[in-house]
Design a protein around this ligand. Structure first.
Ligand SMILES: [Fe+2]
Length: 407
């Protein structure tokens, strides 16, 4: 285990009905709130009415910004920042999924940011001019989609719609003050959103497990426990969508998957996310789907690259699928582990190839995707950080596998 510095100040209110505490929570931080939600918010109008009623009861006025979209846009964040300044908002509240939560963090920091808000975001292209925010308005997040762990981390991702770059703010300054995790709010999630959210959370666990420090047995067991829980509970929820206890297990597991606790001591790179962000920026591919694509192609590419990799994937298969290792090589078990992960994607009906995800597979498109991964996801030497680091040839191979043009 590596040295680490763990700081997570987020106050979590967890459980069915906790949503009704939003008024009292917001009143701690001021008299006027911005409520941020999805552009097509009709499916959660009841929830928004409930949140706004509780704010009114607690003497908190509010203005609405209901324009956020999946893969949230910098232009919307800028528009909301202007609204906050005009309305002199004290606290920003997100009601929705990762896009609403990330946007809300960026909006709240952007209100107090003295420069173009894009400079708060770090990306490979403009890393040298990025300046993280040093202060923010307080934020309160009410997630309706378990997936990103945005509710308990200090990351906010957005796409610059002028340059098509997807980039992130990552600084303790933007930790939310309070997150209200009410699993009953997730019961109305459609089947697809439920599944891709869970797959995103699985990918967070797998990024760290496979590419973080490899000598942290306690962290390994925590990762395996979260993975087993998400996979089992997702199957239950897809059979019985209104089951709050199963929804609760997925929600808490997803929050723990990327809130810093599991990553402590591992310092993991995130190769699947680096590649996935490029697909989302270029083709608006759903975040969880991009990760399913690389849990197929990248895993198949990397699982048996060397003895160490084969042993790691074999251990994963033993722990999460109960695969027998006696009498078999690690490479054989590693391959079966990846086959079982891909079969799970099929079982929960999440696309995991370019063709089924709507990503083009022609040479020019693969060249473009490769170039963007090299530009945004790779280090100065041109390698995608992972175990082992992947150079341009490896990236091309992974993309050709995802495109169904190479086994
Ligand atoms: Fe993610």
């Amino acid at each position: 285990m590596l040295n680490f510095d763990l700081y997570n100040p987020v106050n979590i209110l967890f459980g069915e009905g906790e949503t009704d505490k939003i008024g009292a929570c917001a009143a701690k931080y001021g008299k006027k709130a911005l409520v941020v939600s999805y552009g097509d918010h009709s499916f959660m109008q009841q929830l928004l009415d409930r949140v706004e009623a509780r704010l009114t009861e607690s003497g908190v006025a509010y203005v609405e910004f209901f324009k956020v979209q999946a893969n949230p846009l910098l232009s919307h964040i800028k528009e909301a920042i202007a609204l906050c300044k005009k309305e002199q908002v004290d606290v920003c509240i997100a009601v929705g999924g990762g896009s609403e939560m990330d946007s809300t963090k960026a909006i709240a920091a952007g209100v107090l940011y003295p420069d173009d808000p894009w400079r708060m975001f770090v990306s490979r292209h403009d890393m040298e001019i990025a300046v993280p925010p040093t202060e923010t308005l307080p934020t309160i997040l009410i997630p309706t989609l378990p997936a990103t762990s945005s509710e308990m981390n200090c990351v906010a991702v957005a796409t610059n719609d002028e340059t098509q770059e997807k980039a992130y703010i990552w600084t303790p300054v933007i930790f939310p003050k309070i997150s209200i995790l009410d699993p009953s709010l997730t019961c109305s999630l459609p089947r697809f959103q439920t599944a891709v959210g869970a797959v995103d959370a699985m990918s967070h666990v797998l990024e760290a497990y496979l590419n973080g420090d490899q000598n942290s047995p306690l962290q390994d067991r925590l990762h395996e426990g979260i993975l087993v829980t998400i996979m089992a509970e997702l199957k239950e929820v897809l059979k019985d969508p209104m089951n709050v206890p199963h929804r609760a297990n997925i929600q808490w597991a997803s929050t723990l998957a990327w809130n810093g606790y599991l990553q402590a001591g591992l310092n993991p790179p995130t190769p699947m996310h680096q590649m996935g962000h490029v697909l989302s920026a270029l083709y608006n591919t759903t975040h969880g789907v991009t990760l399913a694509i690389f849990m197929d192609s990248y895993f198949r590419y990397t699982c048996s690259l060397n003895d160490e990799r084969a042993a790691r994937f074999a251990l994963l298969g033993e722990k999460i699928f109960g695969l027998a290792r006696a009498g078999r090589t690690d490479a054989q078990v590693a391959s079966e582990t990846v086959e079982r992960i891909v079969a799970f994607m099929d079982e929960v009906e999440v696309p995991h190839t370019f063709a089924t995800a709507g990503v083009p597979t022609d040479d020019a498109s693969l060249d473009k995707i490769t170039g963007e991964i090299l530009r945004h996801g790779c280090d100065a030497a041109g390698n995608l950080p992972s175990i082992p680091p992947i150079g341009k040839n490896g990236i091309v191979k992974v993309l050709r596998m995802a495109a169904g043009r190479e086994d």
